[in-house]
Design a protein around this ligand. Structure first.
Ligand SMILES: Nc1ncnc2c1ncn2[C@@H]1O[C@H](COP(=O)(O)OP(=O)(O)O)[C@@H](O)[C@H]1O
Ligand SMILES: [Mg+2]
Length: 388
């Protein structure tokens, strides 16, 4: 630990310096303010003792000059006579750690010096830790980026051959390369279903990476929402039947059009409906509701499944998050994708639930998420009544 004494009184410098040296410090001296500043420019002192009254510049000026010098902060202590107590107090305001009045009480001064140096050590440690943390963070971010890139790449590489497998199975199933018997058909169907599941997983991973990179964008067109929902429901008919689920549709006949991305909105319905089916035990109930007013569309899907405990209703919209007790298979990617797509359409999605009784996922979406709202055509009146 090195200390600089800036004082024009040679005797005072020597007395104080000797005591500090005897206490294990390295000591240097400066007889004027500018000499003191020059010494501090040349190197860092842990502590600088500054006489308030100096022959050239004032102790206060020395204080400010030294403060401005280094990243690391020297502990600055003023030395004053009673007559200049005011400027010492001002110095404290400007960042001095303490002040000693002449004649200096050495024991008390050593206590203050030790405290000041201890404070400095803690502050330096803190700074160092902060810097290390920032560096570690930067490394992690870099790794995370590389990992995301890797996941995207692998998902892409997996998806392509899987699509080929699915299409090959389709060819066989459609009897296009010879007739398959019922037993073969069943096996092929099983393979096709599993392949489709894998393709969905790869697509979800790709979507998630796109969301994280802020690269998911919408291809907007005018969509009849009732028809879209109707289509999705049809694709789930076998699953609904297999689980003996009691399924009801309340689709407002003129629920109308929406400007949005057809594929992405389809995915929203698929994700919500597949969850409802997955998380509702056999024989349970599922209701799908679609209604709209002039400005917005509201979609609800209600199930009589396990429900979602209070503190977790927000969390399940975060990526990779699944209920702690979840035993069904899944990845936790479905709802974050839903949320992103809904929000890209300037809509809102949330869940209401009573654990043990069921859940109600709701989203609302403006009919036109573009900035300016043009007049929309009259919504189509005739819609298949899906309930019957
Ligand atoms: N309809 C539902 N009923 C009960 N829990 C649900 C329902 N939908 C979603 N969850 C819970 O939210 C979690 C996240 O859902 P999701 O993001 O679709 O991922 P995954 O279905 O792959 O687990 C699920 O794991 C489940 O715990
Ligand atoms: Mg899901």
């Amino acid at each position: 630990m090195n200390i600089l004494i800036v004082d024009d009184d040679a005797n005072a410098r020597k007395t104080l310096g000797d005591i500090l040296k005897a206490n294990g410090f390295e000591v240097e001296e400066a007889a004027t303010g500018s000499e003191g500043v020059r010494s501090c420019e040349a190197k860092f002192f842990n502590l600088v003792l500054i006489d308030v009254r100096l022959p050239d510049i004032s102790g206060l000026e020395v204080l400010q000059a030294v403060r401005a010098l280094h990243d690391e902060e020297s502990v600055l202590i003023m030395i004053t006579s009673y007559a200049s107590l005011d400027s010492s107090l001002e110095a404290m305001n400007k960042g001095a750690f303490s002040y000693f009045t002449k004649p200096i009480n050495i024991d008390a001064a050593l206590v203050v010096i030790t405290k000041g140096l201890e404070k400095q050590r803690l502050s330096l440690d803190n700074k160092r830790l902060f810097k290390e943390l920032a560096e570690a963070n930067k490394k992690l971010e870099e790794l995370d980026k590389r990992k995301s890139y890797f996941v995207s790449n692998v998902s892409h590489e997996i998806k392509n051959p899987l699509t080929v497998i699915r299409e090959s199975m389709k060819l066989l199933l459609d009897n296009l390369v010879g007739k398959v018997n019922p037993e073969q058909k069943e096996i092929l169907e099983m393979g096709k279903r599993s392949t489709e599941r894998l393709i969905r997983l790869a697509s979800d991973l790709l979507d998630l990476q796109k969301i994280e990179a802020g690269m998911m964008d919408l291809r907007k067109e005018k969509i009849a929402m009732d028809a879209l929902v109707w289509e999705v429901i049809q694709n789930f008919e076998i699953e609904l039947f297999k689980k003996r689920l009691n399924f009801q549709k309340e689709i407002q006949a003129n629920s109308g059009f929406l400007f949005g991305d057809r594929d992405k909105l389809t995915q929203v319905f698929i994700n919500l409906l597949s969850n409802a089916i997955k998380y509702t035990p056999e024989g349970g109930n599922i209701v799908v509701k679609l209604e709209g007013n002039e400005k917005e569309i509201r979609f609800e899907i209600v199930d009589s499944g396990q429900g979602i405990p209070e503190g977790q209703r927000e969390m399940i919209f975060n990526k990779y998050t699944r209920l702690m007790t979840e035993k069904q298979e899944g990845t936790g990617l479905g709802l974050p994708i839903v949320k992103e797509i809904v929000e890209l359409h300037k809509g809102r999605v949330w869940v209401e639930s009573e654990p043990g009784k069921g859940s109600r996922f709701i989203f609302t979406m403006p009919r036109d998420c573009r900035a300016e709202v043009p007049r929309l055509e009259q919504p189509r009146a005739v819609v298949p009544s899906v309930g019957s």
